[in-house]
Design a binder for this molecule. Structure first.
Ligand SMILES: [Zn+2]
Length: 471
């Protein structure tokens, strides 16, 4: 790769100062670079792509399934010489970036348009999170998840109704986006979902019930340093901004989680690689603080990690071809979410275990959320044919993903509800005891606590055991 940088003076020693608005937008250029769709037939083909410095954009390296790579003009010659067949899908990557930058006003964000009609800077996303919290302080708050490696605050938006029920009894759902900096659609989709949930409380009965009975956390930008860097310096940056100390920068955050970490199929030990896993699991502050947040929630029930692109709903495992415990449940959830998504704009998302539906990911977030936290976790690959999407994709993409997130949250919430919360008021009290006994006396099957099809004293014992346990 021979990218060129102009106006480097703008970024040298920028650090936190990079948060200042810049007049120019990204300065590192990829003139003449193309995106090619390659049918990777053999491991030798894949090694060649690696050797020529091709940057893999889409994720499919199974034989017979084409994958997208960005290549320099010189690399294209190497492909030709090696006889690798390809189709050019983006003729001029830089022209897409230039057009996007011009539209966005040189890095200032799409300020002239409605909020979800164009991509937003880190500062704009943070301001909008604050606005949602200000609009509904009773159910929404912004909190500090932790600090990035360059010292930026990673912000979470917590949506929960603490005045309803007992917060300690409520399941938690975490939705995050933008582990990968260049995948700009992902924080927009997360913000849209947060915006809709906040607006729905008090008017939409199902969403109100969900918000009353669960804690829903959005982390729209897990990788704020990388995201900022895509706006100021290099639009196609993927990793975080760790200085690896050997002339290379960045750890792939979605290879840095602690389940299945360190395998060479699905991550790289080389700092120059786009899938560099770092020196140890959770070596990066960005993954470590999200880990700590998740670990602080004993009722964590579900998680989604938003990425682009490819229209995929990917379940564990990513690190092994083995199927995870609970595979049938993941298949059911994938199929259900596929249907609700298709019902919105008729887009088909393929679902399945990451390793077999996509390709190996070692040290990915979904494997950790399921393997370590027992939270049903999916990686979504959103819409698109590249990372520089027409802004007109933001709203339809968000509209189709919202019901899938709601479905997963509602399903997980119901499953994680304390057994003794019989009346479903998100607390365990004498009201539940009364409600249970009434149901039992009335021969209501809801009182079949042990699920044996009969209503007898065993159910009373099972309920009392759960009730004594509380939440
Ligand atoms: Zn990604």
């Amino acid at each position: 790769m021979h990218r060129t940088a102009i106006g480097v003076v703008l970024v040298v020693g920028s650090g936190i100062a990079a948060a200042q608005p810049l007049a120019t937008g990204p300065v590192e250029r990829v003139d003449g670079f193309k995106v090619v769709r390659v049918e990777v037939r053999t491991l030798a083909d894949l090694r060649l792509m690696d050797a020529i410095g091709a940057d893999q954009w889409s994720h499919s390296i199974r034989p017979g399934v084409p994958a997208d790579f960005m290549v320099s003009p010189e690399s294209l010659n190497a492909l030709d010489n090696a006889g690798v067949r390809y189709q050019v899908v983006v003729h001029d990557v830089q022209s897409l970036i230039d057009a996007e930058n011009e539209r966005l006003g040189g890095g200032g964000g799409g300020g002239k348009r409605a909020w979800f009609e164009d991509f937003r800077t880190l500062a704009e996303i943070e301001a909008y999170m604050g606005a949602l919290a200000a609009q509904r302080p009773d159910i929404a708050s912004v909190f500090n998840v932790g600090s990035s490696i360059e010292g930026r605050t990673i912000r979470g938006l917590r949506i929960a109704n603490d005045a309803f029920g007992d917060p300690a009894c409520k399941p938690t759902v975490i939705f995050n986006a933008c582990q990968h900096a260049r995948e700009w659609i992902s924080p927009m989709v997360a913000m849209y979902a947060a915006d809709r949930l906040v607006a729905a409380h008090g008017s939409d009965p199902a969403l109100t019930a969900l918000i009353d009975r669960a804690e829903i956390i959005f982390i729209p930008v897990v990788n704020p340093d990388g995201y900022q860097y895509t706006w100021t310096t290099y639009r196609l940056w993927r990793k975080n901004r760790r200085n690896n100390g050997n002339g290379t920068f960045g750890v792939d955050l979605n290879r840095n989680w602690g389940v299945g970490w360190g395998r060479n199929d699905g991550s790289s030990g080389n700092g120059s690689s786009e899938t560099y896993r770092g020196t140890a699991p959770f070596s990066e502050p960005e993954t470590d603080v999200v880990r700590a947040l998740a670990a602080s929630r004993p009722r964590l029930a579900a998680h989604v990690d938003l990425h682009s692109y490819g229209q995929l709903l990917l379940a564990p495992w990513g690190y092994t071809v083995e199927l995870p415990p609970g595979h049938e449940t993941f298949q059911m959830l994938g199929a259900e979410m596929q249907q609700v998504i298709k019902g919105v704009h008729n887009r088909t998302y393929v679902h399945g275990p990451t390793y077999t539906a996509l390709y190996p990911i070692s040290g990915g977030a979904t494997d950790w959320f399921w393997g370590d936290r027992d939270a049903h976790s999916f990686l979504f690959e959103l819409r698109g044919n590249n990372f520089i999407l027409p802004p007109e994709e933001i709203i339809p993409n968000s509209e189709e993903i919202l019901p899938a997130l709601v479905f997963l949250a509602a399903w997980a919430r119901e499953g994680a509800r304390p057994r003794a919360d019989f009346n479903d008021d998100a607390s365990v009290s004498t009201l539940d005891l009364i409600a249970f006994l009434n149901a039992w006396v009335a021969q209501d099957q809801a009182a079949d606590m042990n699920g044996d099809g009969a209503l007898d004293t065993l159910d009373v014992l099972a309920f009392l055991n759960a009730w004594v346990e509380g939440c």
